[in-house]
Design a protein around this ligand. Sequence first.
Ligand SMILES: Cc1ncc(C[n+]2csc(CCOP(=O)(O)OP(=O)(O)O)c2C)c(N)n1
Ligand code: SF4
Length: 246
Amino acid sequence: MEKKIYGFPESLKDVSTSYCPGCSHSTVHKLIAEVIDELNVREKTIGVAPVGCAVFAYDFFNFDVTEAPHGRNQAVSAAIKRVQPDSVVFSYQGDGDLASIGMAETIHTANRGENITVIFINNTNYGMTGGQMAPTSLLGQVTTTSPKGRDAGYYGYPIKMLELLAPLEGVKYLERVKVTNAVSVIKAKKAIKKAFENQINNVGFSMIEVLGCCPANWKMDPVEANCWVDEKMAEYYPLGVVKDVR
Ligand SMILES: Cc1ncc(C[n+]2csc(CCOP(=O)(O)OP(=O)(O)O)c2C)c(N)n1
Ligand code: SF4
């Protein structure tokens, strides 16, 4: 008997995305869609799209997605979840959105222990607006606003968001993953699924940080960009579970 081993997720629309070739946003969208299908929650899922390259996420996902102003994703997500506690709400954000202008929202949403799922794509720059330095840009990293490389004395150090949030009591699950090869993609999906399951089981605030790549602004081809994630990013941002409390 034939066994089906692959199907296009119902939670993803069969449309072309606006992402550059090799961009991690595409891979992560697919993982989220697969998880939502597997958990059978498509009709009660509400995503909150960020500013940044994922601003058009509502055109790519096949469930309700709303938009939030720059940095305000988690405030909007928490409000939706409080008004509709039976819904499954996730905030999808880049590092500029989550760790820069949205830093206050991130900390206070986490501290309140809002029962939402946050998917954080850390690609170490402001992708959509042309590759400016982000709070997560690595030391020495050349960006359009740090043309001589990020210097700690002038710009400060790259912020490890999960380690920053871990001490907050409202925070239940934090894991850092990457999507640079098949094995890491499978691990990333497992983490994303758990972050959604936590919400469904009322465990509380969960955030998955995905080390993503931005080949366009890093001025690398997709293979080089993924190698840079494996070699440079994963060295500074260690992969794995940072916190898991039940
Ligand atoms: C209040 C406000 N300030 C600035 C902008 C311009 N802006 C749009 S996207 C963006 C950066 C997004 O970077 P990031 O969140 O890292 O997402 P990426 O594009 O890398 O996925 C900025 C600064 C805006 N939309 N709103
Ligand atoms: S600019 Fe970077 S983050 Fe934006 S779609 Fe292109 S590769 Fe992805």
